[in-house]
Design a binder for this molecule. Sequence first.
Ligand code: GCV
Length: 834
Amino acid sequence: MFRRLFLIAFLLVPVLAQAESGLDAWLRYAPLDEAAARRYRDAVPPLVVTFGNEAVIQSAKSEMLRGVRGMLNRNLRAEARVSSEAAIVIGTIAQLRQSAPQLAPAGSLEGDGFWLRTVRINGVRSIVVTGETERGALYGTFALLRKIALGESVTDLDQKEIPYSSVRWINHWENLDGSIERGYGGRSIFWENGKAREDLSRVSDYGRLLASLGINGTSINNVNADARVLTPEFLPQIVRVADTLRPWGVKVILSVDFGSPRSVGGLTTFDPLDPGVIAYWKNKADDIYRAVPDLGGFVLKADSEGRVGPSAVGRTHADAANVVGRALKPHGGFFFYRGFVYDNRMDWRNPKNDRARAADDNFRSLDGKFDDNVFIQIKNGPIDFQVREPASPLFGTLEKTNQVIELQITQEYMGQGRHTVFLVPMWKEVLDFDMRARPGMATPVKALVAGKTFGRPSGGIIGVSNVGLDESWYGNHMSQANLYGFGRLAWNPDLTSRQIVDEWTRLTFGDDPKVVETVNSIQLSSWRTYENYTGPLGLQTLTDIVGNHYGLAVEASERNGWGQWHFADEKGVGMERTVAKGTGFAGQYRPEVAKMYESVESTPDDLLVFFHHVPYTQRLKSGKTVIQFLYDSHYDGADAVAKYVSDWKALKGRVDDRRYAEVLAQLQYQYGQSIVWRDGVANYFFKMSGIADTKGRVGNYPGRLEAEAATLTGYAVRSVTPPEGASGENAIDCPVATGCTVTFKYAGEPGWRDITVRYFDVNSGTAKYRLKVAGQLMAEWTATDRVPTRRIDSSSSARRVIEGVLLRAGDEIQIEGIPEGGETAGLDYIEIGG
Ligand code: GCV
């Protein structure tokens, strides 16, 4: 009897409980339930046939074997020729025509497209996976496996897909020492101590992920480029990485430094029109292509953020781009010249200065002057991957120049993997935005960058990925959805955010409807949620612009050369970018778009203060005032994250234990941070405007006891910079090595309460905390988190919740803090609730 009960209980526990690391991301090939597996075993032939030894086709074969084994628990046989037996046949159209003409389709496919077909010969049903190129056949293989994983029929296939644009590339900002600029998932998968890593298996795993999305190229080093990449000694390192990615059809691209002819080339100048410099670039390209014949090309950041560029030698961006482009041209290489050119020492006192103008100002007059293998790589917005920006006007300006859009997958200003923010809805808004660039036709950004609007030979979409060695790739399982979504959009920008997230969730976490519904709804609302608590209405993110781009610092953007100003003062907020009254940025758009942004009335609320300086009492389209909206949105944002936590908790047992626990911890942390943001931003604007929250929340925190107002033994009060980083603008920290104590007196009704401790967990030590109530130890913990700050500020603000503590009036709540290393056991407040 007991054994039977045990067995029933065992069967009821979802099979999922096993821990998963996230390494396989959406390519887990988790076993299908028995009924589905049976159906597919009937529909999927037991044999896979491929022709020849070409590496990309071999990858397709091994992927098919792996996928079918995982999902259907069936080992396919592999053969090198077709027979009368039913088979999955994978190959290029040319291979089929040669080795199995009866299975070859009539006609051809464009680019890296694929075709999945069911072909019946003498009653025998085969599945043919083909493409014009090997890559196409590989992409078709992944598409077929995805269909099985998503439960779609594979019995009567005739599915042809052509990618929207030819350039579907990734960039990485990886330094040769193994660190990553703006990477949040650990050290580089490519580099270590100035060389390619000994073990490049993670590069191969990554190539597989990219190929599954149809991504066909990746840069492998930072655009803030180390000139050493162009030295002969370094070439073998590039070769090793290229060899590792080649079987996945992923070309390597190099970031180069414009100063290289002088810094490592032995010349006295880098003037692009100097014959020696021209020869330098040509010889470099020849040498590299000899070693890596399928190199995708180069990418360059010039005249930006301290990088040297053509302006230093009195040349134009076109002079610079064409010289390098011409060196790559004979090898079929592309040159990506970044449109992210601006002066970070701009004078903020001049009301006409505007960083947003820079890209268009720099490139407008050069349209038509770039060679055909040169592309201007343009960030989605005119500033820098902020939480809300309009589309860059440059997309609509360039008619006779190739362009690509650069999106940021790594979440630099978007919570750095510590906050869940699904970026596809944001990217969709930009890609679908009609720039009104040609009369009589729709000219969305996606068509412009693909070269469709003005008939350019090529174009596409590039994403800054910055994965790292962490098993989750990004330091957060939920962030993988951004790479997935980027790849799916690069392939087909007409997919909806919902379609994309639904695929991702089911591939990543399985088919349980409750899981799918919960994860989809968290992801789809997460961008708006993050925007709500970090600065809406086009304020852009209020992160510490001149610091870590993570924590809250409302004024960090002001009064410096970086040019992301919101000019908040006692009367109003916003940067005036109109032609009539401001910097004229709005006028860089084509007339219909310019007109919309020129007036407060027709500017969408989401971008209101990006374009206009308005009084706090300005009414939005909803009728709410700007100031009340600022308050409400921050409370709505934090409430939404609280709900993410409780919704996720309801998935316990439905998601494998490890990822369940890791995502829960991430969301709980995010909730804690959303409160810091909510209070910090709302109080900043309350202080600035003097206008109270009509709902009475701002400045009133029931149950909150500030540490600086409690009884301190050893602890010292310190002010926090910027002040909005701590509740009450002050915190306490402990200068005594053996420890300090803070004592709060409970004065409320007796009962069971939750105590939330807001403390500071900086990255330079591991302080210990002990919490006692009426002398009894209730909790102890160590501050071991690694957030991007060594200072007591909003970035290090952390939260510990001690649930269900019995409190009586007059009880002393005591926290003992013991510093360690550079960490001084800082505390902000406690809050008693529940
Ligand atoms: C690679 C922003 C980032 C920099 C980045 C730069 C760029 O300014 O903060 O880290 O540098 O953009 O895109 O070149």
